[in-house]
Design a protein around this ligand. Structure first.
Ligand code: GLA
Length: 829
């Protein structure tokens, strides 16, 4: 895909003439419409295939600077990303000074960008790459920097003068009446201003899909966001695919749906999820804008981002977004026509269990008279199918094929789908759980001498109860096998992969081939002895009315980890489950527990809205219920007898007013194993109940202040209000004598932001040399929100030669960068 690198689209003669006309018009107020026939073509030429590049926002938030952009540009060249087609290095929000200059122009923050944007552009261009910048169609950017509303001409000219090649135009502080006309007006104003500069600049519209931009933005920009912000979570990726995939008809060369930047490499996605992210973005002809710290990216992350076959599907010159061929029960099939005449087909499983995903070849536009050739893009191997394209697809996984009619010269193995179905596993039980595997031959030729095997984690016992081998499977023939599964006592709760493989021979020469798929097993473990908060346990299953069930936070919105500290009737809780009715969360108790107690209620974040009924089910029977509670009601305490109960289910039902059903299970606790001792041990380090507790500022010269506060207390009645300088500072304390935290795994503290978001980090001084170890950086932008920050000691890194000696902790520091934040209850757990 080298055709994109470093080649600037050339302006045609008519475009140049048009610019000349405009140049002559300067000073006059008349607006000359561009020559109808040519301008859209010129515009399209800026992005005939979806833009590819990098943007700092997903991984760095506001923490952008010149070194990062230059090093990323260098890395594009040295790693081969440039060769693979990645071209734009884009700066997001927070690059400018807080005020415009005396000349009315935006100016780069001189600390973050000592060479100015101009200098960075020169550097990036010097590497054959292009530079992008961020602005906002409002009075302020989302992080509070100057916006461009009403200043479109001067800002576009400034960007052009600096040599900018790409402008992302955001939608915060937009002063909008919400009408489509207003969106079109604001976004067209910047488009016109950019085009008037005469510089070819890709225009990326970022209004979060609010006014159905796919219906008007193809005339305005080369790409437009179709959704709210992406997050580094499976939930976010799945939600965005569901919105963006049905918009295929609106995309084409020069105008693309933008489902937001990539999260691959940012930490929470599994390998299967990362591949789905890349696969679906390629199938949806999405801009491929990398959003991770490339300088620290793993080999796996780079291999996914550089997968040539997927990039080729994304960048295919035909420029169509893949169509949704079928979509139901969480299983989606997409088909994307390619310039070569082939069709890229994605079999996508968004559910939490492995599933068979299939489509008749005819439904993806391939006539199957002679059969179908399927090239598996991730496995880099070919198979043949008679008339059905099918695969057993792992939970959250995607299989991508390049498909075409089978040619007489294709001599390949038949396509076999492999499925597996498995109940919940309980470690150490004498009784086994059944696994059913099913292998189906979709090929024209027979699969012979089949043997099925299951690979499981060490120590697991998997024994076939019925035949796991068969002589031969003709087209559509199936081999079903039942297995008994036993897991060893110490297996941790959670999801563990099993690999099912069918190996077979397929031709006269008895060539062996294999087909495999991953099956997810759910291992459930009964709570430990003692009094345990349910939010520290792994549920067997969870379903929720809006977004995922949040742990130790309220429901918030659609995204993962977007809630606040749970709050009912003004009372804050640092533990619990934030759900949205209707919801269900179930736990395996194994008959070990005696009782449950919990406070339930609608979260204060919805005001007086919401109407929710809470029910506790024990082995399917209702054992406690709240009646309907609304946002006006205080918390209600529920208790339940759990003696002998195997399965506990927390259920919420929506009442008569379905809006705002943010349903909290605050501090749900189970008492199990005949003990009431707390099973999760905490040590409070600072609770600010006896004053500021000798807090200090690490770099006194750098500014900042703190004071006792009654505004925010998650423990007792006092917390600390911290005012930080613009670049942040470290707040904390050296202990009189070193403390021993070796019994704990992590540090936690509660934070509430002021009118702007905040970023932070943790540091400890440890060992005989009192060395600084720091890390566990976090950032979140929601104003006036609260959460518990939790960082494991393993997330805090020490300089070379120093180990994080938890036996000798001399000082604990919290880094804060925000105007004002409240913190409370710094504790080890
Ligand atoms: C909005 C955009 C994001 C990012 C931030 C920056 O949320 O949608 O992509 O640019 O603003 O503040």
């Amino acid at each position: 895909m080298t055709h994109r690198s470093g080649v600037r689209p050339r302006a045609s003669l008519s475009f140049l003439l048009w610019l000349l006309v405009l140049g002559c018009m300067k000073g006059s107020t008349a607006v000359v419409a561009p020559p109808e026939a040519d301008m859209p073509g010129e515009r399209a030429r800026l992005a005939l295939t979806p833009p590819m590049g990098f943007n700092n926002w997903n991984a760095f938030g506001c923490d952008v600077n010149e070194a990062l952009i230059k090093e990323t540009a260098d890395f594009f060249v040295s790693s081969g990303l440039k060769q693979a087609g990645y071209e734009f290095v884009n700066i997001d929000d927070c690059w400018s000074k807080m005020e415009r200059g005396a000349d009315g122009r935006l100016a780069a923050d001189p600390v973050k960008f000592p060479s100015g944007i101009e200098g960075v552009a020169e550097y990036v261009h010097g590497r054959g790459l292009k530079l992008g910048i961020y602005a906002d169609a409002g009075t302020k950017t989302c992080a509070g920097y100057p916006g461009s509303l009403g200043q479109e001409e001067i800002d576009a000219q400034t960007f052009a003068d600096w040599g900018v090649d790409y402008v992302k135009y955001d939608n915060c502080s937009n002063q909008s009446d919400g009408s489509r006309a207003d969106f079109v007006r604001r976004y067209t104003a910047m488009q016109r201003a950019i085009e008037r500069t005469g510089r070819p600049i890709v225009y990326s519209i970022c209004e979060w899909g609010q006014s159905q931009p796919w219906e008007w933005a193809p005339e305005v920009g080369q790409l437009w966001r179709t959704t709210g912000d992406i997050h580094d979570s499976w939930h976010s990726i799945r939600g965005i695919i569901a919105v963006n995939a049905p918009l295929a008809e609106y995309a084409g060369p020069g105008h693309w749906n933008d489902p937001d930047m990539l999260e691959i490499g940012n930490g929470t996605l599994s390998e299967i999820e990362k591949r789905t992210h890349m696969s679906l973005w390629a199938m949806m002809a999405a801009p491929l804008i990398i959003g991770t710290d490339l300088r620290r990216a793993s080999a796996d992350t780079l291999a996914i981002l550089q997968n040539r076959e997927l990039i080729a599907i994304d960048q295919d010159r035909l420029g169509v977004q893949g169509n949704v061929v079928s979509n139901g029960a969480g299983l989606m099939v997409l088909a994307k026509r390619l310039e070569s005449g082939e069709v890229a087909v994605a079999l996508y499983n968004s559910t939490d269990a492995q599933a068979l995903v299939s489509a008749p070849a005819a439904s993806v536009g391939i006539s199957s008279e002679t059969g179908v050739y399927l090239h598996d893009v991730w496995a880099a191997a070919g198979v043949e199918a008679k008339a059905t394209i099918a695969a057993g697809v792992p939970a959250h996984g995607t299989v991508v094929y390049r498909a075409r009619p089978l040619a007489a010269t294709d001599v390949v193995a038949p396509s076999l789908s492999v499925e597996g179905n498995l109940g919940t596993l309980i470690p150490g039980l004498a009784k086994s759980v059944a696994l059913t595997t099913r292998v189906v031959n979709h090929g024209s030729s027979a699969a012979k001498q089949i043997t099925v095997s299951v690979q499981a984690p060490r120590g697991w016992r998997i024994m076939p109860a019925t035949a796991a081998a068969g002589p031969s499977l003709a087209t559509d023939g199936a081999l079903e096998t039942r297995w008994n599964v036993l897991v060893p006592e110490a297996t941790p709760a959670g999801r563990h992969p099993l690999t099912v493989t069918a190996s077979f021979t397929w031709n006269a020469a008895s060539t062996r081939a294999a087909s495999t798929s991953e099956v997810t097993s759910v291992v459930a473990v009964a709570p430990p002895k003692g009094d345990t908060p349910l939010s520290t346990l792994v549920p067997v299953s969870a379903s929720n009315g809006l977004g995922p069930v949040e742990v130790d936070a309220s429901n918030g919105g659609e995204a993962e980890d977007d809630g606040n500290l749970i709050s009912i009737g003004g009372k804050l809780y640092t533990r619990g489950l934030g759900t949205h009715a209707p919801s269900s969360v179930s736990y395996h108790l194994g008959g070990r527990c005696a009782s449950l107690s919990v406070d339930v209620g609608v979260d204060d974040e919805v005001g007086a809205d919401g109407s929710v009924a809470f029910e506790v089910h024990a082995d399917g029977k209702i054992v406690a219920q709240s009646g309907v509670l609304t946002g006006k009601d205080p918390a209600r305490t529920l208790t339940a007898d759990l003696k002998g109960v195997d399965q506990l289910e927390l259920v919420t039902l929506s009442g008569d007013a379905p809006l705002g059903d943010h349903a909290n299970w605050a501090v749900p606790r189970v008492v199990c194993g005949g003990s009431t001792a707390r099973s999760v041990v905490e040590r409070t380090l600072f609770s600010f109940e006896s004053g500021t507790e000798e807090f200090t500022i690490a770099n006194a010269g750098a500014g900042g202040a703190f004071a006792l506060s009654k505004h925010f207390a998650t423990d007792g009645s006092a917390g600390l209000e911290v005012t930080s300088p613009a670049d942040g500072n470290w707040f904390g304390r050296r202990f009189k004598a070193p403390i021993d935290l070796s019994a704990f795994k992590r540090l936690r503290y509660d934070v509430k932001t002021g009118p702007a978001g905040t970023v932070g980090e943790l540091a400890l001084q440890v060992g005989p040399g009192s060395s600084w170890c720091q890390g566990g950086r976090w950032s979140w932008i929601n104003a006036n929100s609260s959460k518990t920050i939790e960082r494991a000691f393993t997330e805090i890194s020490c300089p070379a030669g120093v180990t994080l000696d938890r036996k000798q902790v001399h000082a604990i520091w919290v880094f804060v960068k925000a105007a004002t934040v409240q913190i409370d209850n710094v504790r080890a757990e």
